[in-house]
Write a protein that binds this ligand. Structure first.
Ligand code: PSU
Ligand code: MN
Length: 313
């Protein structure tokens, strides 16, 4: 049974009729984030990716719900015009959980990160979410304290995030440690090695492995039945044909990081800058990889959502 949305939350939310119908029927729904559209990719590839990913979710038997804040309203499921606005309007801010009450209260436009998308998905009763890569512990975090709120949200919000692992612009080892501290299962689909976004290999063993969507759904069901609140990170390695091997991408990442240091960028600007700089350095190859992995994650998330919905009946 879907959990009813509290009326005071429903008053702030615009649930797309198609998403509302799917949730009422207990059908599979996949949440999608919007920072990747507004701050993760250039136009027009960003809006093409957003439309394409929604189509992939449908082809795999689930209903897509792209999430954002528009004019202060929590939007769960977007129209084509709203996707276009997110892809083009420069007034759209990158909003994480920290920023969410501000954007709602002041009526702004916000593209939601993994963290704030998880929270809104959870408020709407959606349990499965597909993205590209999750945030994590940044390299040098022992000095900068830059640890993505995505990890905080995984610690407390009951949503499964399907991602291609953690970008090696982050410290993958420390990210896995923080997830363990917070009781968040980090599970890789079909591999013993935790993936590194552009690359299938990271050099880090995956804490846990499942062989398919049905097994993943059983883990979600067991976790939440046991009252273990919080999320699950399901890592889905980038398809072989789209990957940029670690030996190739690593020097590019080092270069992007040193360019960023020279500019003195910190805080919420760092992830968008690094993604954009890598697209320039790799002459678009990192963008093609990014699009391929998001589509792959959307397909997997749709299958996990379907298996999970079946377990609820
Ligand atoms: N990884 C990507 N593309 C993205 C992001 C991550 O490949 O656009 C975004 C996600 O929205 C993620 C956010 O939640 O970056 C993390 O930002 P920060 O490191 O500032 O928490
Ligand atoms: Mn940060």
């Amino acid at each position: 049974m879907p959990t009813p949305i509290p009326p005071q939350v429903a008053a702030l939310m615009d649930l797309h009729p198609e998403v509302a119908a799917a949730l009422t029927a207990g059908g599979p729904v996949v949440a999608l984030e919007s920072t990747i559209i507004s701050h993760g990719m250039p136009y027009p590839q960003n809006v093409e990716m957003a439309r394409g990913v929604e189509a992939v979710v449908r082809e795999n038997g689930a209903t897509p719900a792209t999430i954002a804040v528009l004019g202060g309203r929590l939007k769960v499921g977007l129209t084509p015009d709203e996707l276009e606005l997110l892809a083009t309007d420069r007034s759209v801010q990158k909003i994480s959980t920290r920023d969410l009450p501000f954007t709602v209260a002041l009526g702004g436009h916000g593209a939601t990160t993994v963290a704030s998308t998880m929270r809104i998905a959870s408020l709407a009763g959606i349990r499965v979410f597909a993205t590209g890569g999750t945030g994590g512990v940044h390299r040098g975090a022992n000095e900068s304290m830059d640890i993505s709120a995505d990890l905080t949200e995984l610690a407390r919000t009951d949503v499964c995030v399907v991602s291609a692992g953690v970008k090696s612009i982050l410290d993958i080892g420390l990210t896995l440690e923080v997830l363990e501290t917070h009781g968040v299962p980090a599970i890789t689909l079909g591999s013993d090695e935790f993936p590194a976004f552009y690359s299938r290999q990271s050099g880090f063993a995956s804490p846990l492995t499942v062989q398919g969507a049905a097994e993943a759904a059983r883990v979600l069901h067991a976790k939440w039945t046991l009252g273990l609140t919080g999320g699950v990170l399901l890592a889905n390695p980038i398809p072989q044909e789209a990957e940029i091997p670690a030996t190739e991408i690593t020097p590019h990442i080092e270069r992007a990081l040193s360019d960023m240091a020279a500019l003195g960028l910190t805080g919420k600007e760092t992830t968008p800058y690094l993604l954009g700089r890598l697209v320039e350095i790799t002459e678009g190859r990192s963008l093609a990889a990014n699009i391929a992995l998001v589509r792959h994650n959307a397909a997997v998330a749709a299958r996990v959502a379907s298996e999970y919905a079946a377990l609820q009946r």
